[in-house]
Design a protein around this ligand. Sequence first.
Ligand SMILES: [Fe+2]
Ligand SMILES: [Fe+2]
Length: 377
Amino acid sequence: MHTQPTIVHIASDDMQEAQQVCHELRLRGFKASPRSLGMDCLGCIGKQDILVIGSNLGHINGGQRRLPTLCEQVRDHTIIFIPGLRQTEFAALDSAGFKYINTATTPTIENLIYLITQMNPDVVYRASKQHALQSAKATSIETGVLSFFRQIRDGGAVAKPEEVESQRREMNDLIGMSPMSVWLDLFRNYHDGTGQHCSLVSGFTLAFARSLRFNEQDTSRLFDAAFFHDVGKATIPLEILDKPGRLVGEEWNVMKSHALRGYEILIRDERTADEIARLARDHHEYLDGSGYPRGIKARRIDDPTRILTICDIFAALVEKRAYKAPKSPEEAYAILRSMAGSKLDPDLVRLFETVVADYDRQQNSGNRLVRDAFEKA
Ligand SMILES: [Fe+2]
Ligand SMILES: [Fe+2]
């Protein structure tokens, strides 16, 4: 019998706080869902799920009166309260016969996980397995990208199709098992800027192709194009490529040459489709002709190139570099929107919103009511 995963629900009056705790838990492999104490129905949470109430209810108007009503909805659950309740509050819960864990202070995420372990060690065991798997996949993607660049820099050949396919499989698994907020953080922690960028562009492109419901073949072609799009950077001197700051004057011209250099590397390689080489050449072209290297206009820029350009810009904006703070996915998407029409394809930018919306996907919570209905049936 298929068992549903246990979800840790973080309920709070402060949704931002709830989302942050959920993000930290997801990074550690948990399935977590933020809930607003004011609006959500706590009674809808699954029988096996864990409920953490992260609010000092006594400080909120009417909080003490709300407490027994809130708890009544989840009478069968043991609730973890962070930070702890006041004496009058937990005395009220005791006399009503509720089960709860009352922490003295706001715990660290590790303390919270310790409390979850006390309640259900199996959840923590499964989360640690998921965490190990996520990290292993992200590491294997980074290693693949870096060894591919090193190979080209040393004058070697372009990665073999089967190597790219294995990268695609790893990426497909990773983005299938975790929301974007998790894999974005895993890639952002890469030390190497190029490794981070190419992994992110490949990830966003694959996620976009999946959300557009492209068939297997088109998805693979797009992924390959994303994986190879900046191969020309392997010919750029490292002092320019990794410069911790803005490029100036001639440095910028050298950097821009990566598009044509990438084309030359890929077009020479017999195993790589010419289309992939063309995409590497054209991924910095804009609809209004203001891009490079050729300054071509809309009618000469095909859809795969337009898709790749959107993912490339989005990745560059959300990346973490020593010299610039990363933009949040929402900020980065607002910039894409400001470029839609003049530089980027407006329809594709609109469709890309689905990928951005996946940032903090509330894992499985959308299916909750359906699940409850089945359990009752
Ligand atoms: Fe580029
Ligand atoms: Fe790029």
